[in-house]
Design a protein around this ligand. Structure first.
Ligand code: SAM
Length: 350
């Protein structure tokens, strides 16, 4: 029997799409529209506004939302892109800032690219493997194309044609400068050796899951037969999730992977992570490399952590982030794991 979780008192979450609008402008506009006492900045996710629950009724009519400068996006769903791309806290994908040299006549630094300028390379730097409808894709694109950062192209794949149409529509609204490319394709067929993936640095993987963390839908009572089907469905989903995660880890040029689900089941979360680490490391350790779970520095302030199950240690579980509405979190249930490829024997950073 699904537990009933009342959600009417939850705040409304609005992600500021920094490709189109600054956090300061969006916050000021929200305060003008709803009153300053109804708007706050989220303490961990640095591009997220937290609005009083009564704002929910009229959010869809807000011009900023209609024009794509703001996105109605649950807090939980914002964690994956922040874990992978580091929010403002860890821009691992950006070249280090040039150290000022005292000598006269040094080469002039190239200016920051203008908004909407084409990416330096048409090959994507990031892949959102299961992208539609594209909230996380555009979030990732906004972080890795922050003002002053080099241009980074995010490729979003989805195997469901109808959902790719939605992804393209959302992309046109939210990333009109060409920061995202959407393709109808099965990610499991993406070949790591393909020229188009030569510049890939990071993969965001948010595959199909049971959705057991989503409590905004009416609860449902299951009978014993349905529960048996449910167990089979879960086994099927977790084997797909493992396959998808192992595929991400098989791209030799990829340094970081973020894996997430909107499920609260260990089978789709820690168990998948534990098996993926064991299997992937069994293959690449011979080449002097290994994948490690890393605690995302940008989510250091996140309180709810993973579970030491599925072969994971307490230390590894502490790297994971969870959201649990059944335990009082005012957001849907969610799970995020962030991996870094390191030299075997080396230490992963944050
Ligand atoms: N990340 C999305 C977002 O935040 O807007 C939600 C993704 S949804 C949980 C999972 C998506 O994975 C579905 O759209 C589904 O069609 C897609 N999918 C499942 N298997 C896939 C595969 N093998 N290749 C590409 N997409 C796949």
């Amino acid at each position: 029997v699904a537990e009933h979780v009342p959600t009417a008192h939850w705040p409304s979450y609005v992600r500021v799409n920094t490709l189109l609008c600054s956090l300061a402008d969006a916050a000021a506009d929200a305060a003008k529209r709803y009153g300053a006492d109804k708007v706050a900045l989220h303490p961990v996710v640095d591009d997220l506004l937290v609005l009083h629950p009564e704002c929910a009724k009229t959010l869809f009519q807000w011009e900023r939302v209609k024009e794509g400068g703001c996105v109605i996006q649950d807090l939980s769903s914002c964690l994956t892109a922040v874990a992978l791309a580091g929010g403002a806290g860890d821009r691992w994908w950006a070249p280090p800032p040039e150290t000022p040299r005292k000598k006269k006549g040094r080469k002039k630094a190239s200016p920051d690219p203008a908004p909407g300028a084409p990416a330096a390379s048409p090959a994507p730097q990031f892949l959102d493997a299961c992208a539609a409808p594209g909230n996380k894709t555009s979030h990732l694109a906004a972080i890795v194309n922050a003002p002053g950062a080099p241009r980074n192209l995010v490729l979003g794949l989805d195997r469901a044609e109808a959902r790719v149409k939605i992804l393209r529509k959302r992309t046109a609204l939210l990333a009109p400068g060409g920061e995202v490319e959407a393709l109808h394709a099965d990610y499991l067929n993406a070949d790591p050796a393909d020229e188009m993936y030569k510049d890939l640095k990071g993969i965001l993987l948010d595959p199909s899951c049971s959705g057991s963390g989503i409590v905004s839908q009416p609860d449902r009572v299951t009978d014993a037969e349905e529960e048996k089907d449910e167990a089979q469905r879960l086994a099927h989903l977790s084997s797909f999730q493992l396959l998808a995660l192992l595929h991400a880890m098989s791209f030799p040029q990829v340094a970081r992977v973020a894996y997430s689900t909107c499920s609260v089941n260990d089978e789709e979360n820690e168990a998948v992570v534990g098996k993926a680490l064991e299997e992937a490391n069994g293959k690449i350790e011979a080449e002097g490399e290994r994948w490690e779970l890393v605690r995302p520095r940008s989510l250091d302030g996140w309180a709810r952590r993973g579970r030491a199950v599925g072969g994971l240690t307490e230390e590894q579980a502490g790297c994971l982030c969870r959201c649990d509405p059944f335990e009082g979190d005012e957001t849907n249930g969610f799970f995020v794991a962030y991996f870094q490829r390191v030299k075997a024997g080396g230490r992963a950073g944050g």
